[in-house]
Design a protein around this ligand. Sequence first.
Ligand code: SUG
Length: 416
Amino acid sequence: MSLTEINFDGIVGPSHNYAGLSLGNIASANNAGDPSYPRAAALQGVAKMRGNLARLGVQGFLLPLPRPNHGLAQALALDGSEPPQLRAAAWSASSMWTANAATVSPAPDTADGRCHLTPANLVTMLHRAQEWPDTKRQLEIAFGDTRHFAIHDAVPPTFGDEGAANHMRLCEGHAAPGVEVFVYGRTGGRFPARQHEQASRIVARRHGLAPERTVFVEQNPDAIAAGAFHNDVVAVANGHVLFTHAEAFADQQGAYAAIRAAFPALEVVEVPSHAVSLAEAIRTYLFNAQLLTLPSGEMALIVPEECRESPRVWAWVDTMLAANGPIRQVIPVDVRQSMANGGGPACLRLRVVCDPATIDPRFLLDEAKADLIESVIAQHWPQQIDPSDIGSDRLAASVIAARLALLDALDLGQLG
Ligand code: SUG
């Protein structure tokens, strides 16, 4: 049994569009109504996966969910007279952000020694709340071996659960027992707090986590108000390192102390507000990065290109690298189409620590499969979607056919 961390990226679906559906997500609001480029978006995602496959030797993926969702369209009684945002909900390609697909507790952390996954209910946003039953169906195939995995139902409403985006794990090595940190928000600000404390606690209990290795921390309400709708917009953890903005948590020092009490080896890499303001962190998504342990043992931070274009952020990166801290490389990637909807490199992946031999190999990437996925995208994904296209029968037929072509190519027709 060799446990390793596998990143499962969401392949960007053919209906990718900018509908301004996520209150509190500044990029989603700013780009509402712009034309989108699903083909370019999906190819950017595959290029990111290829880079990490080369770096890590392993990479997984999850497939787009069926859109338009006729069940939701029916439930909303869509007939063309509704507000466009309601219509767009049934078309959303938001399942690409697999950091919100589920919360994952690896086997070394759980009471029964299995890896536990709870799909996120995402109830705060209509377009996201439709995801979990289809996500669960897919997880049950990818992680179907019940000797190694336990897949739960989503947490019941009204407790909003956003999955791994509000969850971090600290450990000496991925295969060692970890300390799991759940970050929740409190309602009351100008934007919704999407992760409810009780949802976090329910997930921790279900997964059989040891209370002394589980920490609950409150998000800084000012960070939510500034646009950090998920904690992974202002903090990310890997191994023994927590990379965080100085204003991520309601009680920053208290959060460090609580984590350190459970995990004394904690190393915090904190970016002070005078170096990078909350607003700049949220604009560039410096923290929505993949913090990876490379085979050499060094850590690399995979950041959006937008970070390199920000003089302040890049100056801080230079200073950090010169200081010989635990993060030894910073690698920009172009995921601009996803970024324009508030999804950076970390949003696009779900981390699962497991033995690759225990999962369905159809969800694992290699170079040949990356070629195949790219060719299906190039052939079938719409090049451009204008907001006025959403709802049209022609576009519906083309996005349905595109997804089925991909499922077919990957021998995953059963998800159809
Ligand atoms: O839920 N955007 C997503 C972005 C998710 C980012 N994920 C993490 N931070 N882990 C969201 O707000 C925008 C869709 C639109 O407006 O069309 C959207 O759903």
